[in-house]
Design a protein around this ligand. Structure first.
Ligand SMILES: *Cc1c(COP(=O)(O)O)cnc(C)c1O
Length: 371
């Protein structure tokens, strides 16, 4: 049994013929940038999410940077986000010259903690970036209420959460603007880099469209300093094929996650908390495991690949020394970084593999939780 953490080729095998067809078509069309596939993909994904505007960009990080830029956030401003996420969620804030401020997370969902958001709001705060971590939607109702009370923008980092739902609404359609990533390993991934921003705000959508092509709406006439951040036709063509399967793939992830949680229920690990059935799309299946490093080595000896997302919270990163945080400031995020372990999960993962992995975890603790 060769267990993989994520097997992108297994997914390709299931859609190979369709992909080959659209790739050939796109390459033979001679149109590679801002052509019919990008246009159609934007329309299709806007309709899938239930949002007015979808604007494709080069990657998820750019989507976050453009969102902040389009909202006029920059030097002197503060933006509150989670310390337990991929670096880009905070990097975008620094990139536009604003200051990232970190609020601690909830120990069960790993999403940002609303009470701590409120404690961190100052006169300089301009926005909140909740991250729907590992595919589970953050507590958006409370975050929106806070944002309204204090006059802040909400930018959803939905890079890991395409398809997740909150009371019938899709994650990424609740804040002012949301950002998605189509990095190959994401639930909806292309064969390179890709990203998207969505909003219901017409004016903001126009600004973002302007920013993505050098601040220009008429070719060679420039209104603002922009970016070159576009999705390629080839990636858009791939994404149009894959978008048709995203709900089935997410459902498969949920089923497999459920099986893991059942098999692990007697082990002394914390399995993922799910607010409700549809709120989670399991970009990752992440447990909290005592003695994580030894468990990881034990699994490695059994040829079981695992991942640590993430080993160091953002407030303790070298690059953010100047922000003045020290160890102990955000204790939940810090402890989560010491204990988290992600187990293999992807829509095509065979059930025997899940059983083998779960058995090994159970076995490790039965023998005392040591190597
Ligand atoms: C992947 C990811 C990003 C960045 O997306 P890229 O397309 O890799 O630039 C941002 N935030 C989160 C939470 C992510 O998981």
């Amino acid at each position: 049994m060769q267990i993989q953490f994520l097997d992108l080729k297994a997914q390709y095998e299931t859609i190979k013929e369709e992909i080959k067809e659209v790739l050939t078509e796109t390459i033979e069309s001679g149109q590679y940038i801002m052509g019919p596939n990008v246009k159609a993909f934007e329309k299709e994904i806007a309709s899938y999410l239930g949002v007015k505007h979808a604007i494709a960009v080069a990657n998820g990080t750019d989507a976050l940077v453009l969102a902040l830029d389009a909202l006029g956030i920059g030097p002197g401003d503060e933006v509150i986000t989670s310390p337990y996420t991929f670096f880009a969620s905070a990097e975008c804030i620094s990139r536009v010259g604003a200051k990232p401020v970190f609020a601690d997370i909830d120990p069960n969902t790993f999403n940002i903690n609303n009470e701590d958001i409120e404690r961190k709001i100052t006169k300089r705060t301009k926005a909140i970036i909740p991250v729907h971590i590992f595919g589970q939607a953050a507590d958006m109702d409370k975050i929106i209420a806070l944002a309204e009370e204090y006059g802040l923008h909400v930018i959803e980092d939905a890079c890991q959460a395409i398809g997740a739902e909150l009371n019938g609404r899709k994650a990424g359609t609740i804040g002012k603007v949301a950002c998605f990533s189509f990095f190959p390993t994401k639930n909806l991934g292309c064969y390179g880099d890709g990203g998207l921003m969505v909003t219901n705000d017409d004016e903001l959508a126009d600004k973002i469209r302007l920013l993505r092509v050098h601040g220009s709406s008429k070719k060679y006439f420039h209104e603002v300093i922009g970016y070159n951040s576009r999705l390629d036709e080839v990636q858009a063509a791939v994404l149009r094929v894959k978008l048709k399967y995203i709900d089935a793939w997410n459902e498969s992830r949920r089923q497999k996650a459920k099986l893991y949680s059942e098999l692990l229920k007697d082990a002394p690990v914390q399995t993922p908390a799910m607010k409700d059935e549809k709120s989670h799309v399991y970009h990752l299946y992440t447990i909290l495991a005592p003695n994580r490093e030894e468990l990881r080595k034990y699994l490695e000896q059994k040829a079981i690949p695992t991942g640590v997302y993430y080993p160091l919270p953002l407030h303790l990163q070298e690059v953010y020394k100047n922000l003045g945080y020290s160890k102990g400031d955000l204790p939940v995020a810090e402890e989560t970084c010491e204990k988290n372990l992600s187990l293999p999960l992807y829509p095509e993962l065979p059930e025997e593999h899940i059983k083998y992995v779960a058995d090994a975890v159970v076995e490790f603790y039965k023998r005392g939780g040591v190597l």
